[in-house]
Design a protein around this ligand. Structure first.
Ligand SMILES: [Zn+2]
Length: 125
């Protein structure tokens, strides 16, 4: 989390501290007053929250239609990805990494070179 270095003072006189709070299942850093529990978002925290909210909304949307079928693409196999993933950077022509977790599970993640500025969850072994 980037800090601005500015000290933010609450109306009650105490200084805000950065803490992680949960809103509707989304954990996000905010500035909280240790004295009166007032909460404010910095611009950066607000942008972070709205991004995490979008990810969560897409995650919930995809969960409703998560069953997919493997299709034939020439001599290869293909999987149609939910269109909502475009909002997260999964676009035609982008590279992705695939990892076999076990005999029935794969993980698909945007390649780190296509993930500038985003958290990359897939660990390479
Ligand atoms: Zn306060």
């Amino acid at each position: 989390m980037g800090r601005t270095g500015k000290v933010m003072t609450c109306e009650c006189g105490a200084k805000y501290r950065e803490v992680v709070k949960e809103f509707d299942g989304i954990e996000c850093p905010v500035m909280a007053c240790p004295s009166c529990d007032d909460i404010v978002f910095t611009m950066e925290q607000s942008k972070r929250y709205h991004f995490l909210k979008k990810v969560e909304d897409i995650r919930r949307e995809i969960k409703k239609t998560r069953r997919r079928k493997i299709s034939r693409l020439g001599n290869s196999m293909g999987i149609l990805l939910p269109t909502q993933l475009k909002d997260l950077g999964f676009e035609i022509g982008k590279n992705f990494d695939i990892q076999l977790v076990d005999e029935g599970t794969i993980i698909i993640a945007l390649s780190s070179m296509d993930m500038a500025g985003k958290d990359h969850k897939l660990k390479t072994a």
